[in-house]
Design a protein around this ligand. Structure first.
Ligand code: DHE
Length: 557
């Protein structure tokens, strides 16, 4: 069973690599090597890196040697682990956060992967501005697009929903809960972000394809596409006053770089490599671009470079003479979100077990906060804690807590909380590790947390809701899979990514089933926690991230 669509460009980029001579690695046929490359790209590279040097996941080079600060050395590698041990790890997962692949890959594929990762990593080709230009498709020039909204849909309450394994995006009308349109996009769209105007949806696929969708047509229409590289995760527009939607930035995992485009046509303008030194002073050949966000304080983007731990503030006022401020934080930067004041961006340095906070006004690191294992905020959640004032919350992939960090506020009534700022003020207990996303809304008194990566079905298929008025109370568990009314399936149906509607009174959860199983979007009333609606449709296949236009446009969380 192989996951299907992977864009031809991304695949040919990876498959173009020749077979190298291997010492000590088990024999493989050419066909097995091709299968290994495809599965590695689709399933493994995100955590372990194309060059397999490790980040969220472990180093998977055939042989590695580490020298500690005290001069002692440690050696290891996939060759040392051998095929049998690797098959076990891939099949059953590990306590360190690696999920079990025995319900995703066949036995033969697990065996192929166990042998493939004992080979020297294949290095895919680079991707230049010329390659980007060649991939650029302007399907509808800006002056030929509608001059006003041509439909009657309340665009602010539209949800863009990733249909992960189909290479498609569903646009659902949040008012009527009807599917408005399902569009082709890149493979396994990672995130959708909105234009400052709320008219356009930008999506980026894992295969590096950016799709620009115009919501003003009778039905949503793709007006431009462009490739950023072979593997990407992030995209955002310029949002500062006077620059709204003028530019778009996209970050790639491979090659490690970010690209700047025209915001309305996607015309490629510039590529900047992120290769360089880590905060520990070592050169890294694959420092991937993780989250990117448009600053509210200045005409800048916050670009988080995973492996180096460097946070770049990219000033977009003069693209030809680009100025960048590079802020040292901690290695393995991943996802993050704004604090309540939208002055500080908090980003997880996940495998360093830290949260880094950037002050976008001063352009400096505001804090580096130690947390429990592998924080994974998504965008996090902001609320006023009854005892500690404004806090930002993150869940953890690697531990059974939700961490609450006190954040600064210029409001007079919050002055008394200053002494707590940048401290972990509370850790809410969860039923286990494996959380990916937490969410709340300014109008809500609830904090929602999923647990899709927990190995227990009863946790992975449920969400937990905390009462913000009394955080010492145990959370309410909602069994999303059961509430969907769908029959139980062999593969886990992971309940993930709570997202509010525009009004802030409903929470939408993805019930992410196997590729051939019926999945669903399950909607709850935020006040009563009662089931409100289940959206099932043969087109809703492997739904994951959901992005409400208004909340994404205004960073409401
Ligand atoms: Fe994500 C955000 C990277 C796996 C769903 N994910 C992000 C961001 C990064 C990232 C860098 C922040 C983007 C930004 O804000 O600019 N994700 C990665 C990986 O490297 C990783 C671990 C492995 C991979 O191969 O991609 C990974 N992510 C997943 C999944 O398996 C998820 C659960 C399902 C899916 O669709 O692939 C998933 N990631 C998401 C979602 C967001 C996200 C829904 C956006 C959260 C938000 O609310 O903004």
């Amino acid at each position: 069973m192989l996951s299907p669509k992977l864009s031809t460009l991304a695949m040919s980029a990876l498959l173009a690599v020749g077979v190298q001579a291997q010492t000590g690695a088990p024999e493989m046929t050419q066909a097995e090597i091709e299968t290994g490359k495809k599965i590695y790209f689709e399933r493994c590279a995100g955590c372990h890196g194309v060059l397999r040097k490790g980040a969220t996941g472990k180093n998977l080079e055939p042989h590695w040697k580490k020298t500690a600060k005290d001069g002692s050395t440690q050696e290891g590698g996939t060759l040392k682990l051998g095929t049998q041990r690797l098959e076990k790890i891939i099949g059953l997962g590990t306590e360190g956060g690696m999920v079990n692949y025995d319900d995703i890959l066949s036995k033969d594929e697990i065996n192929i992967m166990a042998r493939y990762i004992q080979r020297t990593p294949d290095v895919p080709p680079e991707f230049s501005l010329k390659d980007m230009e060649a991939s650029w498709k302007l399907l509808v020039p800006v002056d030929q697009r509608p001059k006003k909204q041509m439909n009657k849909i309340n665009l602010k309450n539209v949800f863009a929903i990733t249909l992960r394994d189909t290479g498609k995006l569903a646009l659902i009308d949040g008012d009527t809960k009807q599917i408005w349109q399902v569009l082709d996009t890149g493979y396994a769209v990672h995130i959708s972000r909105m234009s400052a105007s709320g008219r356009y949806v930008y999506t980026v696929g894992r295969d590096g394809l950016v799709t620009l969708i115009d919501l003003w047509y009778e039905t949503p229409t793709t007006v431009a596409t462009v490739k950023l590289g072979a593997d990407a995760r992030s995209v955002d527009t310029s949002k500062f006053k006077g620059y709204e939607d003028k530019y778009l930035i996209g970050g790639t995992y491979w090659p490690p770089q970010y690209s700047i485009m025209d915001g309305e046509s996607l015309k490629p303008m510039k590529i900047v490599s992120t290769r360089g030194n880590t905060v520990d002073g070592e050169y890294h050949p694959e420092p991937r671009v993780a989250s990117i966000v448009a600053s509210m304080s200045k005409p800048e983007w916050v670009v988080n470079v995973k492996e180096t731990g460097q946070i770049m503030l990219v000033d977009y006022t003069d693209i030809k003479n680009l100025k960048t401020t590079t802020i040292e934080s901690a290695k393995f930067l991943h996802d993050g979100g704004w604090d309540m004041s939208k002055r500080y961006f908090l980003v997880a340095a996940n495998a360093s077990h830290k949260i880094a906070a950037v002050d976008t006004k001063t352009g400096k690191l505001a804090a580096l906060v130690d947390t429990k294992k592998i924080p994974h905020p998504g965008r996090g959640a902001n609320f006023v804690h009854p005892t500690y004032g404004p806090v930002w919350a993150t869940g953890h992939l690697g531990d059974a807590v939700i961490t609450l960090i006190s954040t600064p506020s210029e409001k007079k009534e919050h002055a008394k909380f200053k002494a707590h700022n940048w401290k972990v003020v509370q850790e809410l207990k969860t039923g286990g590790a494996g959380n990916l996303f937490v969410k709340t809304h300014p109008k809500s008194t609830h904090l929602w947390a999923d647990m899709p990566m927990n190995p227990e079905r009863e946790n992975a298929e449920a969400v937990y809701v905390y009462d913000l008025k009394d955080l010492n109370k145990a959370p309410v568990k909602l069994d999303v899979a059961k509430d969907s009314g769908l029959p139980e399936t062999k593969a886990l149906r992971r309940a993930t990514h709570p997202e509010y509607n525009e009004a802030g009174d409903e929470v939408w959860i993805s019930l992410w089933g196997g590729k051939t199983d019926q999945s669903a979007i399950v909607i709850y009333d935020d006040k009563t926690l009662k089931l409100k609606k289940v959206i099932t449709d043969p087109r809703i296949v492997t739904p994951t991230g959901k992005f409400n236009v208004f909340n994404t446009q205004h960073d409401v969380y």
